[in-house]
Write a protein that binds this ligand. Structure first.
Ligand SMILES: NC(=O)c1ccc[n+]([C@@H]2O[C@H](COP(=O)([O-])OP(=O)(O)OC[C@H]3O[C@@H](n4cnc5c(N)ncnc54)[C@H](O)[C@@H]3O)[C@@H](O)[C@H]2O)c1
Length: 342
C-alpha cells in the first residue's frame, strides 16, 4: 500500500516507518520537523517526506495514497496545558481537516492515533471501548473530538479507525524522556535514583512503541469490516501496572539504583486500567513487550549512547524543547516555524 504517515519524525513515527516498510508498504512522511534533530544514537532512515505544518494541508497533498496514518500532534498533557488553544487548533481542527481532505482525495483508510487517556479517571474496573469518555486535559479532550468528528464522515469508501494507545515506552531514535518508563530509567541511569513524584498508587496502562507500530500495521490490512469506524485499545493487560510497580521494574534493571517515592505531586486523578480484548478478538493483535523487557532495553541504549542529563531534561522533553524553540525565536506563538518551512 502507499501510506502517508503524519508525524513520521516523532517518537512513534520513527519506530513505525521501518516497521511499515518491512511489510512492503511504500511510506511517505509528513511533518513540520519540531523534533527532527532530537536524536539519541544513530539517526533513523527517514522516508521521503512532505515538510508541512498540518494546519496547511490540502486534498492535493493526499492524492494517490491508499491510507493515512495520522500521528502528528502536540502530544502530551503538559504541552496541551501550556497552550490549550494551539492544542485544539493542531490536534483537533487540523486533524479533522486532514481527514476531510483524505476523504476528498479518495484515501480509503484513516488510522488515527488516539489515546487511552480519553477514559480519564475510570475507577477500579478495567475500561473497554464502550466505557464513557471522561477526558481530564485539553490533550485528551482534543482526541475525543477528533474521534467524534471523523467518525461522522465515515462512509463505505472512507474507513476511519481509532487506535487508543496506552502510554508508550521503549527506545526510539527520536527519544522522549517525558513518558513514565523512559523517564524513570533515564533518571536512574543519570542519578542512581528511581524517583516517583506521586504516591505510586495510580494505574498506568503501558505499551511498547514497537507494539503500537505493529497494531497500526495490522489495521492497514485487516478486513474493512473489522476496522470500519471502530475504536481499539492498544496494549496488553499484563502492562496495566501501578507507578510503584513500574518503578520496581526499573530498580531491577538499573544496577545500584534506589527507589524514592516522594509523593510531592499530590493525588493524580489520571488512574485507570484498560481492557484490551477487542483488538485481540477482532484483529488477532497482541502486544508483546513487557515493562521489564522495555526497562532493560532502555537501560542498554541509554548507557550505550551515553545519555546526558542536559539532553534528558531539554531535547528529549517535549515541553522544554518547544519552549526553547519559542524563546529562541525559531517558532512563533502559534508553534509555527518563523522562517517558512523549506
Ligand atoms: N507516545 C505516547 O505515549 C502516546 C500514547 C498515546 C497516543 N499517542 C499519540 O500518538 C501520536 C504520536 O505520538 P508521539 O509520541 O510520536 O509524539 P511526538 O511528539 O514524539 O511526535 C509528534 C510529531 O508530530 C509533529 N507535529 C506536531 N505538530 C505538527 C504540525 N502542526 N504539523 C506537522 N507536524 C506536526 C511533530 O513535529 C512530531 O514529529 C500522537 O498523536 C499522540 O497523541 C502517543
Amino acid at each position: 500500500m502507499r501510506v502517508l504517515v503524519t508525524g513520521h519524525q516523532g517518537y512513534l513515527g520513527s519506530i513505525m516507518v521501518p516497521v511499515l516498510r518491512s511489510y512492503g508498504h511504500e511510506v511517505i512522511g509528513l511533518d513540520s520537523g519540531l523534533f527532527a534533530d532530537c536524536i539519541l544514537g544513530p539517526a533513523p532512515q527517514d522516508p521521503p517526506a512532505i515538510r508541512l505544518d498540518l494546519r496547511d494541508i490540502t486534498a492535493s497533498h493526499l492524492t494517490g495514497f491508499d491510507a493515512v496514518i495520522h500521528l502528528a500532534a502536540l502530544s502530551n498533557d503538559p504541552l496541551g496545558a501550556l497552550e490549550p488553544r494551539i492544542t485544539y487548533e493542531i490536534n483537533h481542527q487540523a486533524s479533522v481537516r486532514l481527514a476531510r481532505c483524505a476523504k476528498a482525495a479518495g484515501v480509503r483508510r484513516f488510522l488515527y492515533a488516539s489515546t487511552c487517556s480519553v477514559y480519564g479517571a475510570a475507577g477500579e474496573e478495567a475500561v473497554d471501548e464502550s466505557a464513557p469518555l471522561r477526558p481530564l486535559t485539553p490533550y485528551a479532550e482534543s482526541k475525543v473530538r477528533v474521534e467524534d468528528d471523523v467518525a461522522a464522515i465515515a462512509d463505505p469508501g472512507f474507513s476511519p479507525v481509532f487506535l487508543r494507545n496506552a502510554t508508550a515506552f521503549g527506545f526510539s531514535p527520536r527519544l522522549r524522556a517525558d513518558i513514565v518508563l523512559n523517564n524513570l530509567v533515564g533518571y536512574a541511569v543519570l542519578t542512581g535514583e528511581v524517583r516517583v513524584l506521586s504516591d505510586g498508587t495510580p494505574w498506568r496502562p503501558l505499551v511498547h512503541a514497537r507494539d503500537i507500530a505493529e497494531a497500526f500495521a495490522r489495521c492497514l490490512v485487516a478486513p474493512v469490516d473489522a476496522i470500519h469506524c471502530h475504536a481499539f485499545n492498544i496494549g496488553t493487560e499484563t502492562n496495566n501496572l501501578t507507578v510503584a510497580d513500574i518503578a520496581g521494574a526499573v530498580v531491577d534493571v538499573v544496577p545500584g539504583s534506589e527507589l524514592v517515592i516522594t509523593g510531592e505531586s499530590g493525588p493524580d486523578p489520571r488512574s485507570y486500567r484498560v481492557d484490551f480484548s477487542a483488538a485481540r478478538d477482532r484483529l488477532g493483535y497482541e502486544a508483546k513487550w513487557t515493562v521489564p523487557e522495555g526497562a532493560a532495553e532502555l537501560y542498554e541504549k541509554y548507557t550505550a549512547f551515553s545519555l546526558k542529563m542536559e539532553d534528558f531534561h531539554e531535547r528529549f522533553t517535549r515541553l522544554s524543547h518547544l519552549k526553547e524553540l519559542r524563546e529562541t525565536g525559531i517558532l512563533d506563538e502559534s508553534m509555527r516555524f518563523v522562517n517558512a518551512i523549506a
